[in-house]
Write a protein that binds this ligand. Structure first.
Ligand code: BF8
Length: 671
């Protein structure tokens, strides 16, 4: 069958990306977009029907009743494939958390060059959760104890992973009753691999029960640890003006793009890029200075703390190189395409790997070590500067958009109540009154098989019209940023009347950027505090809230979905289903799909579903939110009741063209 090559408009909703894809065609180079068109996914593997865990296979199950050589049924095979993906995702997030804990330990002992404890208040609050003494002790002493406690959670054999105590009490009790309280973060991940070895666990439901335990160890363990320590070392995010899209690259400067996930290196690159010695070095090379930007979750980490611009999300990594204007792309871990090096060979761009865990053939490796962090960051920047004179022809798209990221749980508290009465009361009250119908978290990846950014932004805009407050993380947040949905009050003309009243009154944007993918743990913290605040039930599953990953593709997304489900949320994944099975299979025999939706809902009040159609995603989100409102005895949502309070300033602003609006709001001219 002839391959269908999509038009640029079918491949991406982003005009900057479309421009770069035309350039790729002109230069005759491939991208993930073109490779996705040329290479069809394997129908059997993508639907979870292929077992390759032993040397007798791979066994591809395509007919009802067929089994693998060992007798494994399709349900067992699908459950094994799913838990292996979830455990890989949990491992990635949690290993990131471990590295952060190692860095905290080194900083506490004065062994980490260039780092300081930036948020002592968060250090003290976090230590207090675990009864670590704080009064009369120095930040280093407290940090040392916290680092030890956090490091111990990874290899712990018995007991319960400590940060789980931050979940609502009722939820902890439920996890105890259902046997999914994680004992040790690593232990649960290892057990996933053991259980799915040939000849071990063969009951699909029993296998997936352990997937829940592993994912809880990620969300309420490794990821929460990563977020806590990033805030302690680099500062808890607060709103800050930033920009997103390829237009942030600069013609006359050394463009350095940091890509990956761990903020330890990228934060130090930020610091080194402001060093007068490095700026002078760049000037001597003929550039006006260094222009730093980010891709993927590293972008989110430095965007929400320092306002460093985001060059784009996952599918922008190749497109940034295609501009010809990037001197170095510095990568650490996760979501880094191997294709970068081959693509970069057509330009002068130097791909630099930095993690001891990640090397790519053809890339330059400068290994990062937190003990010499600042020196290594400077060495990396000098390598980029040395490459500036090698730049050839460039084409930088003009597209870029302003955004306001940085809505940490701590800042939302402050925003809703100020310093003296910080609380979630106004948010809960707005949901109770019906001005805010419910809350949706729209998170997760880009996927080269979807139209880039389209599903994220379509779903987000439709939910906003329905008075649903949206929080975002990861590549989904960058997708919304590029479309101008994270512009604070400037986006209010896209919002339903009740939500708009709240945004105007409190001064919050309708879409809040909450950080990177490990920062989905911030969403768990927000939900727990909403429960604690009262009026929305005694557990997370009572809250009118839904999680969506419309363009998911990574195993981390599956782990996030599973821990959010276990915490009580309805989680919808777009795109394809990794447990799709045979298309003509009657629903009742599809054990795995039924188990993760119906059975998990009975056990945890949350459920996971794969829904390809965006309108159906929106419809089911609204249906779930309204169901939860009814169960809480809240008034039926009625948009006509709201929107009369008016805000004349905003009405005036909306009459202005968007570029002038920015100036009116921020008091600075848009460039
Ligand atoms: O961790 S959203 S493509 S960058 S996996 Fe990767 Fe997916 Fe982006 Fe961040 Ni998250």
């Amino acid at each position: 069958m002839a391959k269908k090559m999509r038009s640029q408009e079918e491949r991406t909703a982003d005009p900057a990306a479309q421009e770069m894809l035309i350039r790729a065609d002109e230069l005759g180079v491939s991208t993930a977009f073109s490779r996705a068109d040329e290479l069809s996914p394997c129908n059997i593997g993508s639907a979870g029907m292929c077992c390759k865990i032993c040397g007798m296979g791979p066994c591809r199950i395509t007919k009802e009743g067929q089994t693998g050589v060992c007798g494994a049924t399709i349900d067992t095979i699908q459950a094994r494939n799913l838990i292996r993906a979830i455990s890989a995702g949990a491992a990635a997030h949690s290993d990131h958390g471990r590295d952060m804990a190692m860095t905290l330990k080194a900083v506490a002992n004065g062994e980490a060059e260039g780092y300081i404890i930036r948020d002592v208040a968060k250090l003290r609050t976090t230590a207090a959760y675990y009864d670590i003494p704080i009064e009369g002790r120095s930040p280093s002493e407290i940090a040392n104890d916290l680092a030890d406690l956090y490091l111990a959670q990874f290899g712990q054999q018995k007991g319960v992973v400590a940060p789980v105590i931050r979940a609502p009490e009722k939820r902890q009790k439920l996890w105890k009753e259902t046997g999914v309280l994680p004992r040790g973060i690593d232990r649960e991940i290892v057990e996933c691999l053991h259980r799915t070895h040939i000849g071990d666990d063969q009951d699909p439901e029993h296998i997936l029960q352990h997937a829940v335990r592993t994912a809880v160890g990620d969300g309420w363990g490794g990821s929460l640890i990563a977020t806590d320590i990033s805030d302690i070392l680099f500062g808890t995010p607060a709103p800050i003006l930033g920009q997103a899209n390829l237009g942030v690259l600069k013609e006359n400067m050394v463009n350095v793009v940091v890509h990956g996930h761990e903020p330890t290196l990228s934060q130090m690159i930020v610091a080194a890029s402001q060093d007068p010695e490095i700026i002078q070095y760049a000037k001597e090379a003929g550039a006006e200075g260094i222009n730093l930007s980010g891709i993927c979750c590293t972008a989110n980490e430095i965007l929400m703390r320092q306002g460093i611009p985001a060059a784009g999300n996952f599918l922008h990594q190749e497109l940034a190189i295609l501009t010809g204007a990037v001197e170095a792309m510095i990568v650490d871990v996760q979501c880094i395409m191997q294709a970068l090096v081959e693509l970069a060979s057509n330009f002068h761009t130097q791909v630099i790997t930095t993690s001891p865990k990640v090397k790519i053939k053809g890339a330059k490796h400068i290994e990062f070590d937190e003990h010499r962090a600042l020196s290594i960051a400077k060495e990396i920047l000098k390598t980029a500067i040395d490459n500036y004179p090698n730049r050839g022809s460039t084409q930088i798209p003009k597209d870029k958009e302003d955004l306001i990221p940085g809505f940490s749980h701590e800042y939302i508290n402050y925003m809703l109540g100020g310093s003296y009465r910080a609380s979630f009361r106004p948010l809960n009250d707005a949901i109770i009154s019906g001005r805010i119908r419910g809350v949706a978290a729209v998170v997760g990846c880009n996927n080269a098989r979807s139209k880039q950014d389209y599903l994220h932004t379509y779903v987000t805009e439709e939910l906003l019209k329905q008075d649903i407050l949206v929080v975002e993380t990861g590549c989904g947040a960058i997708a919304s940023a590029k479309l101008g949905l994270l512009l604070g009050e400037a986006g209010l003309d896209k919002v339903g009347p009740g939500l708009r009243e709240i945004c105007e009154t409190v001064g919050i944007p309708p879409v809040m950027h909450m950080g990177s993918c490990v920062d989905n743990s911030r969403i768990l913290t927000v939900l727990s505090q909403m429960v604690e605040e009262g009026g929305l039930g005694d557990d997370i599953d009572k809250i009118p809230a839904v999680g969506l990953a419309p363009e998911w593709m990574s195993e981390k997304a599956l782990s996030i979905g599973t821990y959010c489900m276990a915490s009580g949320a309805y989680v919808i994944f777009g795109g394809s289903s990794p447990i799709g099975g045979m298309p003509d299979r009657v629903d009742d025999s599809d054990i795995v799909s039924k188990y993760i939706s119906e059975s998990w809902e009975k056990l945890y009040g949350g459920k996971m579903e794969f829904i390809a159609d965006p309108d159906e995603m929106v419809r089911k989100t609204i249906e779930h939110i309204d169901k939860k409102r009814a169960e809480l005895g809240l008034s039926e949502y009625d948009a006509k009741r709201w929107g009369k309070s008016g805000d004349t300033r905003m009405l005036e602003l909306e009459k202005l063209p968007i570029s002038t609006r920015k100036e009116a709001i921020y008091g600075v001219a848009a460039d």
